[in-house]
Design a protein around this ligand. Structure first.
Ligand SMILES: [Zn+2]
Ligand SMILES: [Zn+2]
Length: 187
């Protein structure tokens, strides 16, 4: 049995968190890990109990949505709220952190930031991370997928198969393809 590597497991958690985001401008998830254990997680969203961008639209000032707390900050604040030390921990985040988050990550004592997607990687953030001795490394999610559209994709494969069945002249080949599709999708 093949086990999912640690960095894939933690990055998958961040992708899952991103799906809870309440701001549609960018859906970000962040997971804080210490000694191979998840100690906190966050996604970008409004303050607790506040209105959500997905319901009320974003609150834009100077081209940015000012309603949300970024995923990285939310994860760090969860540690503050519950008194969990962040010194020496690592962060897994779906997108390269913005400048504000970069500074907060450094100041909270993180030793590494793993990100899945480049996102306006600011040269100042990169140099701040480097000067602080915080490792930055791209870790794309490759071992599994967190797929919010899987039902649409299953339905699409089902339609493809129906069309193929209508047009095929080779029943045996079609049956083999159908069996394979049934093992890969929820048909
Ligand atoms: Zn927003
Ligand atoms: Zn940020």
């Amino acid at each position: 049995m093949k086990r999912i590597p640690w960095d894939q497991y933690f990055m998958a958690q961040s992708h899952l968190l991103a799906m809870r985001s309440t701001c549609t401008r960018l859906m970000v998830g962040a997971t804080i890990v210490r000694d191979k254990r998840i100690i906190a997680g966050g996604y970008n969203g409004s303050v607790s109990g506040g209105v959500h961008c997905i319901d009320e639209g974003c609150y834009i000032m100077d081209g940015h949505c000012v309603r949300t707390i970024h995923a990285e900050a939310n994860a760090l604040l969860q540690c503050a709220k519950f008194g969990v030390p962040t010194d020496g921990a690592e962060m897994y985040v779906t997108h390269f952190p913005c400048l504000q988050c970069c500074k907060q990550i450094i100041q909270s004592g993180m030793k590494a930031v793993y990100y899945a997607t480049d996102y306006k990687n600011h040269p100042y953030a990169l140099s701040l991370f480097e000067d602080a001795g915080v490792e930055t490394k791209k870790v794309e999610l490759t071992e599994l997928s967190i797929d919010a559209n899987y039902q649409d994709k299953d339905a699409y494969v089902k339609r493809l198969l129906a069309e193929l069945e209508r047009q095929t002249t080779n029943q045996e080949k079609f049956q083999a393809l159908q069996t394979e599709a049934e093992s890969l999708f929820r048909l």
